[in-house]
Design a protein around this ligand. Sequence first.
Ligand code: B1M
Length: 213
Amino acid sequence: MFDFTQIKQALIDLDRNRTLASVKNALNRNENPQDILEQGLIAGMEVIGDKMEMEEMFIPEVLAAADTMRACLDVIKPLLGSTEVLSKGNIVIGTVKGDLHDIGKNLVAMMLETSGFKVINLGVDIPTEDFVTAVYQNSADVLCLSALLTTTMPVMKDVINSVRRSTSDNRVKVLIGGAPVSQDYANKIGADGYAPDAASAVKAVKSLLHRNK
Ligand code: B1M
């Protein structure tokens, strides 16, 4: 059995080369990319978050870890499954205004892409009007909003209200996610769905599209 704590610890130690080497080593040993992600990289990021909260780690260190995580995701992405030729639907995704966190959002985008959806990834710190424009220009079926800060969660409500105001038929469904977000919160702000992680985001998008038919 592969010891995923190697990956987790290398990420916590901010050792980029060792983290990448451990990820490649696990892949060479045919470990499941999903396990590498969850038991190695995401588990490591959780510890980094705790250290950040306890002021044992600071922004430059967390940024370095985020950069390493991004490099590892680039290695894993091609192995998560091949993108289907026909798009199953158009998805617009972004992190709301005021929020710069993008690792989880990019993971969700990546999983959706490899599941056959056309994904328009707007990036981070996206103004509400840009979401509205992107939904319209791309005839989006689902709008995915990510927020990692309790202070930016309320922005999701503004985006939902603006998107609803701008489309008369309610066709576009809105899915929300991010560490501080919950199903209760989704209900409260009128989102169509909530997903706690990237894998369930794919399931949630499929279920929302199914409901659309
Ligand atoms: Co920040 N940060 N950060 N940070 N950061 C958190 C979120 C925090 C919990 C850390 C802590 O204190 N323990 C805390 C938030 C507290 C709160 O609001 N309750 C925090 C803070 C306070 C801050 C700053 C304010 C710090 C400061 O400046 N004093 C600042 C804010 C900047 C801003 O956004 N305006 C800040 C900055 C940063 C960095 C820039 C240094 C960096 C981000 C780099 C980047 O993303 N490119 C960073 C990081 C890396 C973190 C932690 C450590 C890790 C986040 C992460 O990438 N996790 C984080 C602590 C933590 O989460 N434990 C923390 C891994 C990722 C895979 O998980 O993003 O949760 P996550 O995504 C998951 C799910 O949430 C879900 O699926 C993903 C994977 O399965 N998901 C969705 C996400 N979006 C989804 C959308 C969906 C569905 C599911 O559908 C649409």
